[in-house]
Write a protein that binds this ligand. Structure first.
Ligand code: F0G
Length: 482
């Protein structure tokens, strides 16, 4: 990791790579952005990328590839069965995680589908540090229930705690005693806990959870989609790991789990996914669903070119210079925003900067989707596309009432090695301007509300004319500038 001190005293994240391929961006005038966000039903998922200046929606499948990853794609071995590319990927996973079996899948949620299909029955309970949207839906669709056992510190928006993704093992013991181990098909830990601000889990906590699982005979599964950030944080925040090679930390983590699954769109900076395990019974129980849902066992719905890129991307994940880039940029942006009093989740985690909408637009009730409103307003004033991570991302209760999210966040993801520091500074500038004019931001209401995963494609409209007033204020302050 680049520990470079600037003579000026400034603390800047320094890129340990150079740019060799670029993509042209456009920044539309605010009036055109108003048209674009209206056409998108105020849902940033429905914006056309051509209308977006900085795409901070997600880091999924949009990280910059290295030259080594791209060149590896040229040696892909196209074969329905027995491809040499599969052998290389399986070999790399075995090398890094010490696992014997690999079930390939086209992306992370496909792994969740296979796990839920194999193990979750009606009435089951799946304890986890915190849910992820697709994970939870796969479990609830099978009649199971998710129990979030995040340690209380995890839901504090601002704290000094380095590991807010930790699971509370006392809560886990109490739950197992209450529902019984036979109702718990597995316990799930999510590295770099997504929905609470990309917060990591400590290795100490992973060990403690393993201990409880072993005591009660429970399977322990890791969602390693955001493991690369978590590895960085264990090395930089957990006592005793500063000099431990990332490979050793990875092996130590892997040994604690019965199965690990990942989205290769995040882990490995490519696309694809898979489930790895040393447990032959688990492997055999899940195996049949790969050819059924994904593709034959030696590609699982992935393109062989992407698989070759993953082999190299996973290897590069073991390089502290590579995995520190995201967290360092996120840290810079979050701390700059906090210095301007903008409420953000602290300490900064991985994945992106998480703006705390419940404090940013504290005049909006959760039923008017403050995070969705803020994401829409931010696009309008900047062309920056963030993602709502609040009540809109929840699903209604069976009786139709809103399930209010624990946290109302707008996530400004930091795809790895994609944005320059001046682009990040532009985003900071516009978020700060919006914060100064936050009283203008109003709420949203649904005009089309899908039942399943509504945040992906639901459409909303502003309540009142707040967007027109925001455009007018922007023009007053910025003149005819973009
Ligand atoms: N688990 C976690 C922790 C994730 O963050 C994601 C995806 C998945 C599973 C599903 O993986 O997209 O490959 O099917 N997160 C993306 C995001 C969508 O934007 O945070 P997938």
């Amino acid at each position: 990791m680049a520990q470079v001190r600037f003579h000026s005293g400034e603390q800047l994240p320094l890129e340990m790579h150079k740019v060799r391929i670029v993509q042209k961006l456009t920044l539309l005038p605010i009036e055109e952005r108003l048209r674009a966000i209206a056409e998108a039903g105020n849902n940033t998922f429905l914006l056309q990328n051509a209308d977006v200046f900085l795409d901070m929606l997600t880091d999924s499948g949009v990280n910059a590839m290295s030259d080594r990853m791209q060149s590896a794609m040229l040696q892909a071995d196209d074969a329905y069965a027995g491809s040499a590319t599969f052998t290389r990927l399986a070999g790399k996973l075995a090398e890094l995680f010490g696992t014997r079996y690999f079930l390939p899948a086209h992306q992370g949620r496909a792994c969740e589908n296979i796990l839920a299909e194999t193990y979750v029955k009606p009435g089951d309970v799946v304890p986890m540090n915190y849910h992820f949207t697709t994970t939870k839906t796969h479990i609830t669709k099978r009649g199971g229930r998710v129990e979030e056992l995040i340690a209380d510190k995890g839901l504090l928006p601002v704290s000094e705690d380095p590991f807010k993704g930790d699971l509370d093992t006392d809560k886990l013991v109490a739950l197992v005693e209450e529902v019984g181990a036979d109702r718990i098909p597995f316990v799930r830990m999510e590295a770099g806990t997504n929905l609470i601000g990309g917060q990591p889990i400590s290795l100490a906590n992973m060990r403690a959870v393993r201990e409880v699982c072993t005591r009660y005979g429970l399977k322990l599964v890791l969602d390693a989609s955001l493991l690369q950030d978590n590895l960085h944080f264990i090395r930089t925040r957990e006592e005793g790991y500063a000099d431990t090679p990332i490979r050793d930390i990875t092996a130590e983590i892997a040994a604690l789990y019965d199965a690990i699954y990942f989205s290769g769109r995040k882990l490995g900076f490519g696309r694809g996914g898979g489930i790895i395990t040393n447990d032959q019974q688990m492997y055999e129980a899940m195996r049949g669903f790969v050819p059924l849902y994904e593709g034959f066992l030696t590609y699982g719905g992935m393109s062989v070119r992407e698989m070759e890129a993953l082999v190299v991307g996973l290897d590069e994940t073991m390089d502290p210079d590579v995995i520190s880039q995201g967290p360092m940029f996120i840290d810079y942006m979050a701390r700059e925003l906090a210095a301007h009093d903008v409420p953000v989740i602290l300490p900064p985690g991985g994945l992106g900067v998480h703006v705390d909408a419940s404090r940013f637009v504290d005049h909006l009730p959760q039923t008017e989707y403050p995070s969705g409103s803020l994401a829409s307003a931010l696009y309008l004033v900047s062309g920056v596309r963030g993602m709502e991570r609040g009540t809109l991302s929840e699903e209604r209760e069976p009786d139709g009432t809103e399930r209010l999210a624990d946290m109302e966040l707008v996530r400004l993801a930091m795809p790895r090695r994609v944005f320059t520091l001046s682009q990040v500074k532009y985003a900071i500038d516009r978020v700060c301007w919006l914060y100064e004019n936050r009283e203008l931001v109003g709420g949203l209401r649904f005009v089309e509300e899908p039942e399943i995963l509504r945040f992906f494609y639901g459409r909303l409209e502003p309540i009142g004319d707040w967007q027109d007033r925001l455009v007018a204020r922007f023009r007053e302050d910025f003149g005819d500038s973009l």
